[in-house]
Design a binder for this molecule. Sequence first.
Ligand code: AMP
Length: 226
Amino acid sequence: MVPGARLVVLGKQGAGKGTQCVRLSHHYVVPHVSTGDMLRAAVKQGTPLGLKAKDQMERGELLGDGLIMDMVAERLGESDVRARGFVLDGCPRTVSQAERLASTLAPYDLDLVVDIEIHTTVVLRRLAARRVCVDCGANYSTSSPPLINWTCDVCGGEVIQREDDTEEAITRRLELYEHQTAPLIEWYTRRNQLVTVSGTGTPDAVTRRMVKVIEHRRGQKAGWPS
Ligand code: AMP
């Protein structure tokens, strides 16, 4: 049985975070907990949380720490996560969220925080081409579309450009990343919990790099198909 994992993945939008989190969640057989996906589902279902979140998400603004961390704490309390762990995607985004996450997990700790590093020009190019499934969140791009007419290969949902993938909203999110999320890197570095990997190259190459640093940290050996 593959041991579970408690992982956080950081990286600016377009670094390939979503794709890598899905791959890590399969590799370690743990749930992929994505705050963006949870919020998009809430918006789609028109829940009170979704109604609160919609405008800010469309503008690319961060939602309040309390609201986000209540949602995350509830998810991390569920039995699948408690049994195996998680790959947390899109959270924490601020030092205050990281503090709340640490207290939610106590007495346990994260195995590792992996920061995927990539140049902003590469990110802007990738985001402009990004397309996602409205139902399951699967990622595509204009150069790698679904097989049939913008219909998701995984679930048959409609594949579209995200409303917050406009140039204006992307620029705002990258600015926010620099100002609010980058200090997290320092916060986790001080706690000796952070490892940085390069996000360039194929998705397989990036996954291999990530698994390698995670296994190195866990003092175990694991392979990733090449
Ligand atoms: P993402 O898919 O991770 O880029 O998230 C999409 C949007 O959801 C963000 O632009 C924010 O508006 C909101 N969001 C997701 N996660 C968080 C978080 N941890 N803190 C605040 N806002 C968030």
